[in-house]
Design a protein around this ligand. Structure first.
Ligand SMILES: Cc1cc2nc3c(=O)[nH]c(=O)nc-3n(C[C@H](O)[C@H](O)[C@H](O)COP(=O)(O)OP(=O)(O)OC[C@H]3O[C@@H](n4cnc5c(N)ncnc54)[C@H](O)[C@@H]3O)c2cc1C
Length: 462
């Protein structure tokens, strides 16, 4: 790749003050930048768009003035790296933590049921929670114990799990169709963003272990009380800038240039060419492939395998009703075309307002992600009428649909083996991002861990 002009700004002379270049301003890039800044390294973060946040951002709805997330994000108590990151940048108090793990479910005919875990040590809290879940027959609840037992004895069997789907694994463990439909499928979709008949059993087992086998606090749901952008982007930027770092928006990297086994420069769409000392590239897998020269891709399987990855979409439908539709903060819908309904007023603590803003989510949304927005709104309204009596005598006054086609990596069987580590064979080039090998699904926690891990590897090698 030819550069124009002379390499600009920070030099490749190897001086101690050369900043680390970070490409990508999502959770992974910001976590890497914050870790390095905290360790006394100067960073320059380049973000293609005019705002930070990547696949987890928010904006103001022009019609209502309300804040909309690009998709409702849920975290869990087991997101230890994310919680540490938010603590480090002073943003942890923007989160809301459940006291005890609780998830509500609604069925059109059978009504409301709660998966509510009492104050018992893990994993007894989980067993007690399942035993009370009334939308599932007692025999099925008993059979769910087999999943818990399988998780406890997984060590020798892990390799086999990476060759089968969630559906195959759960069926092997005697989970009936009803139990899968009414519990496991929602958990798998919410955590892996992929349909159970496609998703890898290994990745699902990892999620269940992380969330349910350690402490009760790990199993609690954690949710942002503010829009996603407000949650972390500006606090992270302030943290970086206060330590001498720089965040550059509208800085679209079109190619990374290599010389022998090292990155030598990056070229921006503006024509600017930056000579570099160290680079952490924290962009999605498809964006990384576009910026790598073919001859460099040919030198490492970790780059070649990028072409095997596929994305899984998420569709979010925001509806506003003049009169409240539900008191629940969030609820899973059983046997429905929508999986989750989030009551934004309750989440942000706006309880006095009558107009209700609901965010509806469809994960692993391959079947509907290409549908017209009007059709998605019609589907959402039908489902709301089916499940909530208060939605039957009123139509939503406003709707806003977001279709994230590349929401996350699709965790199909075999994908885990293709995910590259954060440290590449190229001495000064590191990868971060939820899709890299984190041992976790493509989530905020995976993204933050990958950024921190890339920073750690860089610091250790210098
Ligand atoms: C709708 C939706 C719902 C989700 N729900 C959840 C959830 O409930 N819980 C959860 O844990 N996770 C959830 N996720 C996943 C979570 O958002 C991601 O795992 C996480 O945000 C990924 O962060 P990242 O930094 O790895 O990547 P990204 O956020 O994609 O960041 C990469 C950044 O790189 C920038 N970039 C790309 N190309 C270039 C370039 N050439 N030059 C410079 N910059 C570039 C991009 O603009 C972007 O800002 C959800 C995702 C979506 C889309």
């Amino acid at each position: 790749m030819s550069g124009n002009a002379n390499p600009a700004s920070f030099s490749a002379t190897g001086s101690a003050s050369s900043p680390v270049l970070i490409i990508g301003g999502g959770f992974a890039g910001l976590a890497a930048a914050v870790s390095l800044s905290a360790a006394g390294k100067r960073v320059v973060l380049l973000e293609r768009r005019s705002f930070l946040g990547g696949r987890a951002y928010s904006f103001t709805d022009k019609t209502t003035g309300d804040t909309i997330d690009n998709g409702q994000h849920l975290m869990m108590g087991c997101y230890h790296h994310t919680l540490d990151f938010l603590q480090q940048i002073g943003a942890r108090d923007k989160l809301k933590f459940q006291a005890n793990p609780q998830v509500d479910f609604l069925h059109e005919h059978e009504g409301h049921a709660s998966f509510k875990c009492p104050s018992l040590p893990a994993p007894l809290h989980l067993l007690a929670g399942l035993s009370r879940l009334q939308t599932i027959g007692w025999l099925d609840r008993l059979k769910a114990l087999r999943v818990g037992l399988a998780l406890q004895g997984l060590n020798g069997n892990r390799a086999r799990l990476s060759d089968i789907t969630v559906r195959e694994w759960l069926t092997e463990l005697g989970q009936t169709e009803r139990m899968q439909q009414r519990f496991w499928d929602l958990v798998a979709l919410a955590t892996l963003n992929e349909r159970p008949e496609l998703a890898s059993a290994d990745m699902f087992a990892r999620v269940l272990e992380q969330a349910f086998l350690h402490t009760k606090e790990d199993s609690t749901m954690v949710i942002s009380r503010v829009g996603l952008s407000e949650l972390y982007t500006e606090d992270a930027r302030r943290f970086i800038e206060a330590r001498g770092g720089e965040v550059r928006l509208n800085a679209d990297v079109v190619s990374v240039e290599f010389s022998a086994d090292r990155v030598s420069a990056v070229l921006l769409r503006s024509g600017e060419r930056l000579a570099v000392e160290h680079v952490i590239c924290a962009v999605p897998y498809f964006a990384l492939r576009r910026m790598l020269p073919d001859e460099v891709v040919a030198r490492w399987a970790g780059f070649q395998q990028l072409q095997e990855f596929r994305s899984a979409p998420i569709v979010s439908i925001n509806l506003w009703y003049d009169e409240p539709v539900t008191d629940l903060e969030f609820v899973g819908l059983l046997d429905a075309g929508i999986e989750w309904v989030f009551n934004k007023n309750a989440i942000i603590g706006e309880t006095g307002k009558r107009r209700q803003h609901l965010a509806l989510v469809i994960s692993g949304a391959h079947a509907v992600a290409q549908h017209a927005k009007e059709d998605l709104v019609a589907l959402a309204v039908r489902e709301m009428e089916r499940f909530f009596p208060a939605a039957r005598h009123q139509a939503p006054v406003h709707a806003f649909v977001i279709r994230e086609q590349d929401a996350t990596l699709s965790h199909t069987v075999g994908t885990a083996r293709l995910r590259p580590p954060q440290q590449t064979p190229f001495a000064n080039f590191y990868l971060a991002g939820d899709w890299t090998d984190t041992g976790l699904p493509a989530t905020i926690e995976g993204a933050v861990w990958s950024g921190q891990e890339a920073a750690r590897a860089l610091l250790h090698s210098n």
